[in-house]
Design a protein around this ligand. Sequence first.
Ligand code: HEC
Length: 130
Amino acid sequence: MMNKKVISLAALAAISVVFAACGGKKEEAAAPAAPPAVAAAVSGKDLYNGKGGCAACHGETGKGDGPTGVAVKAANFTAGFKKGGDLAGVSASIKNGVPGTAMAGYAAQLNDGEVKAVAEYVIELSKAGH
Ligand code: HEC
């Protein structure tokens, strides 16, 4: 008789879990997800090859061999970074540019979310290594 009690309790628990799950799903569908504070409208890759114009100098694979990259000695990301190679360092290079080189700062063109997205893509390219 102890077992019977345990089983019926388990059944009750299972039923309430099912009800809770249904209720939870309905609530989820009704409430729209809150957007992140600063969201990049496009992916880092699209920014790099498109709006940002990075590929023109750094090349599609980040080797610094874009159409205008060779002439201006654009950075080859697969060879490492002169400045910081982590997200903070790469983001700073993109935002502020690299003084004394053709690398201009992008703070005016790209918002923080876009800088982060394109910085992550640059790091991804640097790790591809070929
Ligand atoms: C006009 C050509 C040009 C364009 C366009 C350009 N860059 Fe650069 N970039 C350079 C040059 C030149 C350097 C400096 C290389 C050096 O340090 O000698 C550089 C440096 C960098 C660095 C620092 C590399 C290091 O060694 O630390 C990063 C990161 C970078 N660029 C990312 C970007 C991103 C992302 C974009 C697009 C939003 C972009 N660049 C657009 C030419 C360009």
